[in-house]
Design a protein around this ligand. Structure first.
Ligand code: FBP
Length: 333
């Protein structure tokens, strides 16, 4: 079946997508992420043989240790997006300042926010990692990257690539969420998961329980609720946590349940989140909502959070709509 399935390029070219210049650029950018994913998958498969495991030494502008694959991934992603000619700026996890691309101007120009290699802690242990992206209209802004600031509802498209046993690309351009699998022989992504619909409720939750002592009381009570024995409501839920947001979100999208990375509420006046709003939380929020799911911070809809800084952090609770609604309820108590 799959090898005759529609390719990513064919899917992006379908007539139903709007024909506005910006939407053409969205298709060009997503198609380019598809080809970039083939390159990254190849490099990941040979990283240990090419001396590309381990860190570059020192820490980056957010105090994190930087992996060699993070730096390489950033460079090839920026080069690929520049090559499209429609990308006016890139906000990347690996660059303190956005990369402006003044050659890309005009009505169709877009701004891309990306985490080129997500799940860095899995790189040296051959665990699943991913690439995440969100696309917004550049709107003639100067600097162009400023168009990335604002709520996640302004995203035109979003998606991710998961590098696991197979390489999967999932995207939404506001018309549902669709999944493709890389046919390594042809280098083409083929439609294997059309119009993904997340189950209303799940049986699995993903969270780093090691942070439990820092959680909001509502978050702690909610996780206790998920772990309580009650056959009638399908509890206890099972815990699954891969250490890479992309892998945990992908499982949640297909099987239902929850992925959560709540903020640290040790100081309730200043909750501290970990994941980044523009290139982790907002893109994944759009992907999940377009599949019938829900994405919350515990206190508000994740896509309503207004980004005022490029590397702003936000907490996230996403997944099956009934499960996320229940989490919000616990936060309100
Ligand atoms: P990066 O690896 O791109 O920095 O992403 C952050 C991340 O690795 C997520 O993919 C993952 O969900 C989370 O951090 C894991 O964090 P922790 O190790 O604290 O559980």
């Amino acid at each position: 079946m799959a090898d005759s399935a529609m390719t990513l390029s064919e899917h992006l070219a379908r007539p139903q997508s709007s024909s506005s210049p910006t939407h053409k650029s969205v298709a060009i950018v997503i198609e380019r992420f598809g080809r970039l994913a083939v390159e990254i998958a190849q490099e990941l498969a040979h990283a240990a043989l090419r001396g590309r495991l381990g860190t570059v030494g020192g820490t980056n502008f957010t105090g994190d240790q930087v992996k060699k694959m993070d730096v390489w991934g950033h460079e090839v992603a920026v080069a690929a997006l520049r090559e499209t000619g429609v990308c006016a700026a890139v906000v990347s996890e690996e660059a303190a300042e956005p990369v402006e691309m003044p050659d890309a101007v005009g009505p169709g120009a877009v701004v891309v926010c990306t985490d080129p290699v997500d799940g860095s802690s899995n790189l040296d242990v051959n665990g699943s990692v991913g690439t995440i992206f969100g696309v917004r209209a550049a709107d003639g802004k100067t600097p162009a990257a400023a168009a990335a600031l604002g709520p996640g509802t302004q995203q035109l498209a979003a998606g991710y690539v998961m590098y696991g046993p197979s390489t999967t690309l999932v995207y939404t351009a506001g018309h549902g969420t669709h999944g493709f699998t890389l046919d390594r022989a042809s280098g083409e992504f083929r439609l294997t998961h059309p119009d993904i619909r997340i189950p209303r409720r799940g049986k699995v939750y993903g969270i780093n329980e090691g942070n439990g002592h820092t959680w909001h009381p509502g978050q702690r009570a909610f996780v206790e609720h998920l772990k309580a024995q009650d056959k009638a409501t399908g509890r206890p839920y099972s815990l699954r946590y891969s250490g890479a947001m992309v892998a945990d979100v992908h499982r949640t999208l297909l099987d239902g349940g929850l992925f959560m990375y709540p903020a640290d509420w040790s100081d309730p006046k200043k909750p501290k989140a970990k994941l980044r709003l523009l290139y982790e939380v907002a893109p994944m929020g759009m992907v999940v909502e377009q599949a019938g799911g829900r994405a919350s911070t515990g206190l508000e809809r994740a896509l309503d959070v207004v980004a005022t800084e490029y590397h702003q952090r936000a907490s996230i609770i996403l997944g099956s709509p009934d499960d996320v609604a229940m989490a919000d309820e616990f936060y309100r108590r």
